[in-house]
Design a binder for this molecule. Sequence first.
Ligand SMILES: C[S@@+](CC[C@H](N)C(=O)[O-])C[C@H]1O[C@@H](n2cnc3c(N)ncnc32)[C@H](O)[C@@H]1O
Length: 155
Amino acid sequence: MRIHLIAVGTRMPSWVEEGYGEYAKRLPRECGLALKEIPMAKRQRNSDIARLVADEGQRMLAAIPDGSHVVALDVTGKQRGTPELAAALEQWLAGGRDVCLLVGGPDGLAPACLQRAHERWSLSLLTLPHPLVRILLAEQVYRAWSIVQNHPYHR
Ligand SMILES: C[S@@+](CC[C@H](N)C(=O)[O-])C[C@H]1O[C@@H](n2cnc3c(N)ncnc32)[C@H](O)[C@@H]1O
C-alpha cells in the first residue's frame, strides 16, 4: 500500500520541504508516502478563479492511480482523532489499495475532486494554509503508523 499525497503547489519554502521530508522519510516502504505536487494555476488580477481551480482539479484527478481509495482533505469533512486515524490506516494497509490524499491550493479543492473522493477528512475546523497541511499529514500518518506498529513514538 502506498499513500499518494496529491497537493497543489510547487517550489515550497525550505521549512515546508524539511518538515514534510522529516516525517515522510520515517515511513517504511510498505506504508510509503509519495508527494505529487500539482502546479498552481497562475492567478492574475481578473482571473476566473473557479476555472483555475477546476483546471487544478483536472490535473489532480489525472494523478490518481487507478483503483485508489481517494480522500479529500476538506475543512467540512469528517474529523477523526489520532487513534481513529490509526484504525483507518490499519484498514487501508489490510485492504492493499493505494490511498490518495487530495490537498487543494489557496482557493480550495475543485468540486470534481470532492465528488471523486470516497471520503472527506477534516483536520480541524480551522482553515489551514496548504503548505502546512502537507507537513501535518506526514506527521499524522507517521504517528498513526507508529500506533499500528506499537512503536514508542506515540505516547
Ligand atoms: C487554504 S486551504 C483552502 C481554503 C479554501 N477557502 C477552501 O474552501 O478550501 C488549502 C487546502 O488545504 C486543505 N485544508 C485546509 N484546512 C483544512 C482542514 N482544517 N482540514 C482539512 N483540510 C484542510 C484543503 O485541502 C484545502 O483545499
